[in-house]
Design a protein around this ligand. Structure first.
Ligand SMILES: Cc1cc2nc3c(=O)[nH]c(=O)nc-3n(C[C@H](O)[C@H](O)[C@H](O)COP(=O)(O)O)c2cc1C
Length: 235
């Protein structure tokens, strides 16, 4: 009896369930159209609301972040300090410029090193000038095209740039870039080197340079800061 009753109950439940399914199916068809549209409206609204919210609040913040990141990137990646130094004076100034601007640095190192002997160097440098030598540069500057500003530093050698500077200006195209020269010397300053740079890089803009005596190079912080801010290169 119990089994029969159970079977009857199950049968009627099944019938009900099937009928319900059928209804769902019908309703489903009916509701398939309205349902998504009923569903859609709030979903779309919700999406657009959330999009609007997102684009109003977080997007602004992220724009600001992107802008300040770009500013930082500009400061960090668009300048490069390219310099040659034999006894360290120009190197000290280069380090100060790098420190104050965040520019990258590339030291011009001759593939064939110079002598450590000062007197011998005087003769070698003079000889290189007479011969119009172009000493090969060790290594190369990666992504040179990406730099807008080139801080170009050298010691005055016999009233001119060391010949490795000529190698650099021959090897690299500085068209469209801004050249910011600096020199250290025993008193001659730039001599005629600015005009030489301008004639070798006619499509670059050459800004006012910084000339320091050998003995000023080690404490060049203030001089570099005044010079750079005068040129608008740092705040
Ligand atoms: C080969 C040679 C030639 C130099 N010629 C001059 C010169 O004509 N006029 C001058 O004022 N100083 C001259 N100097 C001195 C350097 O310009 C000065 O010591 C400079 O600060 C050195 O820079 P550095 O330490 O970066 O190599 C000469 C030095 C050398 C080694």
């Amino acid at each position: 009896m119990k089994k029969k009753l159970f079977a009857v109950m199950m049968a009627s439940m099944l019938t009900f369930a099937l009928a319900a399914c059928g209804n769902t199916g019908n309703n489903g068809e009916e509701s398939t159209i309205p349902e998504p549209s009923t569903m859609k409206a709030p979903v779309v609204e919700t999406e657009s609301e959330s999009e609007t919210e997102e684009s109003t609040l977080p997007a602004d913040t992220s724009e600001e972040a992107t802008e300040s990141e770009t500013e930082l990137e500009d400061m960090a990646v668009t300048g490069v300090v390219v310099y040659f130094s034999w006894s360290g004076n120009t190197e000290a100034v280069a380090a100060e410029i790098q420190n104050q601007t965040g520019a990258d640095t590339f030291r011009l190192v001759p593939a064939e090193p110079y002598t450590d002997d000062y007197d011998a160097l005087l003769d070698i440098a003079q000889e290189e000038q007479r011969n119009g030598a172009r000493p090969a540069i060790s290594g190369s500057i990666e992504n040179f095209d990406s730099y807008e500003v080139v801080y170009l530093g050298f010691p005055n050698w016999w009233g001119d740039m060391p010949m490795i500077l000529y190698s650099f200006l021959d090897d690299y195209d500085l068209s469209g870039k801004t050249i910011v020269p600096f020199v250290t010397s025993g008193g001659s300053g730039f001599s005629n080197t600015i005009r030489t740079i301008e004639s070798m890089e006619p499509d670059a803009e050459v800004l006012d340079g910084l000339s320091l005596g050998s003995s000023q190079a080690a404490n060049a912080g203030d001089a570099v800061a005044n010079w750079l801010s005068g040129l608008g290169l740092v705040e």
